[in-house]
Design a protein around this ligand. Structure first.
Ligand code: ADP
Length: 498
């Protein structure tokens, strides 16, 4: 029924074309494309539609063909779904098609012309895109971090998950609106410029701990965020931007706090060091300044002592001399401390008979403490040690005056000297108040005094500190054995060689 040149053209047409005749839909002509789509050969010519495709019996197509045949009206559809058997397996195909009535010369319908186009692949591809878009949207919505998508050059908020809304202090009403209308406060902070950059350049932008000021319940609040603006391409063009944000406010605040307190601690430490340095400087300066007038006072007192023989001046001068001696001792102790601190305590070591040195110190302390019983026991009469005689005397004076000072009444004190081939040992034993364990190490540090005694017995708490330094400069050691209430024994050793 289709003839000549037209037939030749239609046979090779890329769309499947088929002609059915009669109400039974007997196939009288079809082209190559149809055979291919149906996976049939020419043997189908002369067979009815349902003989050829029995699987379509319960699908709408046989009825639609009948309708066109009976009414003469054309029927078209797009992306229609049909299940056909291909190689023994039912497969779904989608196609666009038209059923057109064929009429004879008198206008009566004699058959139906079917033209169709297989659009299965297009439909499936479209579906896949839709599905992946839906999946992507779903991912955004359920992401554990703030994620949103803004579309187009105006940055219309297309999707924003719960976390985003929370981070931005906004509700779901913002979806569908422009970023610049929803966040007028961020425009001046440069975020629109960044969005424009990502949109126009197609480049990812990363922000690290960026401070953002947002309106929250009518107040401007600052939040710190780590964020990424990621361009999304469609057909090679940026169509939208995915924003991923993570609120790091607490983290940044905690770190800032730690940094601040670290800075404060460093400042406090620096201040303390500066104050300590100032204090040392002051002690050094004050003791130097005090020394000169004290020396003059001592000189004048000596003159007065010689010339005043009448009472009561004689007694007054004597008492003044004693007090000035105390003061001079204190000042020289302070001077020693500053020398030690500055590393300037010099020793002048010479060989000396240690027994003589100890004996002289005992005599000296005896003068200023008449009536005090001091026992000296020596088992090392001829031992010579390399010492700074003056400094060892100073240690002895300190230990003995402490022994007297911290012993109520006038209980005797005992000094013992002994030696072996390696070292000499000196012990200063008293029967005084003793020292509790927790003070034993501390009393050798600067300015440490056993608190309870402070108001009763005067002193600066530096004598033992200086003594220990002197002994250690002799490569020896100084320590105490003591029991509260029973007395103390301060001991030091000095090596004989080296
Ligand atoms: P100061 O006697 O001027 O306080 P020291 O440095 O000589 O300073 O002594 C430090 C502290 O050690 C004293 O304040 C005292 O508490 C304790 N101390 C020293 N010697 C004795 C001692 N023989 N008996 C008991 N306590 C002592």
């Amino acid at each position: 029924m289709i003839e000549g040149a037209l037939q030749t053209a239609l046979i090779g047409a890329p769309f499947p074309i088929v002609v059915f005749e009669g109400l039974e839909m007997t196939l009288t002509w079809c082209n190559e494309a149809l055979l291919e789509v149906w996976a049939k050969d020419k043997s189908i010519i002369g067979k009815t539609f349902l003989e050829i495709l029995p699987e379509l019996r319960d699908q709408p197509f046989p009825e639609l063909l009948r309708k066109v045949f009976l009414s003469g009206e054309t029927h078209t559809d797009t992306e229609a779904l049909a299940y056909v058997i291909k190689n023994g397996v039912p497969v779904a195909i989608y196609f666009d098609y038209s059923y057109t009535a064929i009429r004879d010369a008198s206008g009566d319908v004699t058959g139906v012309l079917v033209i169709c186009r297989d659009v299965t692949e297009e439909v499936l591809t479209k579906r896949k895109i839709l599905e992946s878009e839906a999946r992507f949207r779903n991912t955004v919505l359920h992401a554990p971090v703030a994620m949103a998508i803004v579309r187009g050059p105006e940055f219309i908020i297309e999707t924003a998950n719960k976390e985003s809304l929370q981070l931005w202090s906004r509700t779901a009403e913002i979806v569908g609106r422009k970023v610049k209308d929803v966040f007028p406060e961020v425009e001046e902070q440069g975020f629109l410029a960044i969005l424009n950059y990502v949109y126009n350049k197609g480049e990812v932008y990363y922000g690290n701990e960026v401070a953002v000021e947002l309106m929250h319940e009518g107040n401007r609040i600052t939040v710190y965020i780590n964020f990424v603006f990621h361009p999304i391409f469609e057909d090679g063009q940026v169509s939208s931007i995915m924003t991923v944000g993570y609120n790091v406010t607490e983290l940044v605040k905690a770190r800032k706090k730690a940094e601040e307190s670290e800075a404060a601690a460093i400042e406090a430490k620096n201040n303390l060091e500066a104050a300590l340095a100032k204090k040392d400087e002051f002690i050094s300066l004050a003791s130097h300044e005090l020394k000169t007038p004290l020396t003059s006072i001592s000189g004048y007192l000596q003159v007065m002592e010689r010339s005043s023989s009448a009472e009561p001046n004689k007694t007054f001068v004597k008492k003044t001399v004693q007090q000035v001696k105390k003061l001079t001792n204190l000042v020289s102790e302070l001077l020693d401390v500053s020398k030690i601190e500055a590393g300037r305590l010099q020793l002048v070591r010479k060989p000396a008979n240690i027994r003589e040195v100890i004996k002289e110190s005992i005599e000296l302390i005896g003068h200023s403490n008449p009536g005090q019983e001091i026992v000296f026991v020596s088992s090392a009469d001829d031992v010579s040690a390399l010492i700074d005689r003056h400094r060892i005397e100073q240690v002895m004076m300190n230990l003995m005056s402490n022994a007297i000072k911290y012993t109520p009444g006038k209980a005797k004190i005992e000094i013992r000297l002994s030696a072996d081939e390696k070292q000499v040992k000196v012990e200063v034993q008293d029967r005084g108040i003793g020292i509790a364990d927790d003070h034993k190490a501390k009393i050798f540090t600067k300015f440490h005094r056993v608190d309870e005694l402070n108001p009763v017995i005067s002193g600066l708490g530096i004598g033992l500190y200086i003594s220990k330094q002197i002994i250690e400069r002799h490569a020896g050691s100084l320590w105490v054995d003591s029991e509260p209430g029973k007395g103390s024994c301060f001991c030091f050793t000095i090596p004989l060689k080296g």
